[in-house]
Ligand binder design. Structure first.
Ligand code: G6P
Length: 372
């Protein structure tokens, strides 16, 4: 009913605007005023966590993209090697797991069959399993050794939105907590990041307040056949998520590339008028990547691409090469996906609506895939 949808025509629209709240609820009670993280509910003791030599993240769909982003953060903050794999591939390739491996299973529903089977497999191999889930008491957290719940509230739209942002927050919390219990030398950086993480609800709110032009842009592209997405570093999985959303909702061909791979093939796809969405890395910390992507934008534009650029506010270096500039707040590089994903969601949702699609129930898709 309209009341359930909070006055919106679709749950997805409501769930997109609920994101600041979902992110805040996922942080609630976990970040102390002095920056100390409390994650006792994970049921993995600091002693367990100090032993870990390797992390393997398994997930499907949008949850897999959260895992890809988590890898950048966890390896940087914790210096623990971290692999990420789609759950459906994991147990069929004889993965190397032992007692010192932490497997993190990310699943909104806690019921995806492939993720569940991967969890069972990992436990048989004696790995420790931590679940990141949104649905209380669902199967995956029940079978895991520990769980960190995302507190996004129920998500009805089939395509994940607010649960993705909260999965990112949960992954950051796990990474920062690991860094804290392992007492790493980056203490100051970790504390600064925790402070910024606590600000993310406001930052997401700011993005939502400025996305109106994205809707117009999306409507103007409703007749396009293909949209390409480029990113690098954590912007690469964000680009993948943008492409997935467009497939799921708008039934359009969409593909993401690591911008550094452009010359190894994708640039051959560029033709006059082709929309290309580019996620520009933050200038902080990763300045080199920022400059490289600016030259990528110039390259594709010179070949006729219509460049849709998602960049930090005040990033004047990209402006001359952006046919459309979508500005997001400046936040630390590793946290940028939390804000950069939001315009992608709005873009895909609006484009799908312009095509007359039901964004809550896209064709052929299910909210959770409980068969293999
Ligand atoms: C389905 C949904 C996606 C979701 C994926 C993984 O494909 O349509 O939105 O990302 O399953 O679901 P999970 O519940 O395991 O996160």
């Amino acid at each position: 009913s309209a009341a359930e949808k909070g006055g919106y025509d679709y749950f997805m629209l409501k769930e997109i605007v609920e994101q600041p709240r979902a992110v805040a609820d996922t942080l609630l009670g976990r970040v102390g005023v002095d920056g100390t993280l409390t994650l006792d509910e994970m049921r993995l003791t600091p002693a367990d966590l100090r032993d870990i030599e390797k992390i393997v993240i398994i997930a499907c769909g949008t949850s897999y993209h959260a895992g890809l982003i988590a890898k950048y953060a966890i390896e940087h903050w914790c210096r623990i090697p971290c692999e990420v794999e789609v759950a459906s591939e994991f147990r069929y390739r004889d993965p190397i797991l032992d007692r010192q491996t932490l497997v993190i299973a990310i699943s909104q529903s806690g019921e995806s069959m492939d993720t569940l089977m991967a969890v069972r497999y990992a436990r048989e191999q004696r790995a420790r399993v931590l679940a990141i889930c949104n649905v209380n008491g669902s199967t995956i957290p029940r079978e895991a050794d520990g769980v960190l719940y995302t507190h996004a509230g129920p998500e009805v739209g089939v395509a994940a939105t607010k649960t993705f942002l909260t999965q990112l927050v949960a992954c950051y919390l796990v990474g920062l907590y690991l860094a804290q219990v392992r007492n790493l030398k980056f203490g100051d950086e970790i504390n600064a990041i925790i402070e910024q993480l606590a600000n993310m609800p406001d930052q997401v709110e700011r993005v939502l307040a400025t996305v109106e032009p994205v809707r117009e842009l999306a409507r103007s592209l409703a007749d396009s056949e293909t949209v390409l997405f480029l990113g690098r570093h954590v912007g690469y999985p964000v680009a993948m998520e943008g492409a997935l959303k467009l497939k799921e909702l708008a039934y359009m061909h969409a593909e993401a590339f690591a911008a550094g791979e452009l010359k190894h093939g994708p640039i051959a796809l560029i033709e006059d008028g082709l929309p290309v969405v580019v996620v520009v890395p933050s200038r902080e910390g990763r300045g080199v990547l920022h400059d490289k992507i600016v030259s990528n934008i110039q390259e594709i534009r010179a070949r006729g691409a219509r460049t849709i650029v998602i960049a930090e506010e005040g990033d004047e270096a990209v402006r001359p090469f952006a046919d459309q500039l979508i500005e997001i707040p400046a936040v630390p590089t590793l946290l940028q996906p939390v804000v950069a994903t939001v315009p992608m969601q709005v873009f895909a949702c609006e484009l799908a609506l312009a095509k007359g699609n039901d964004v809550d129930q896209p064709r052929n898709l299910a909210k959770s895939v409980t068969v293999e």
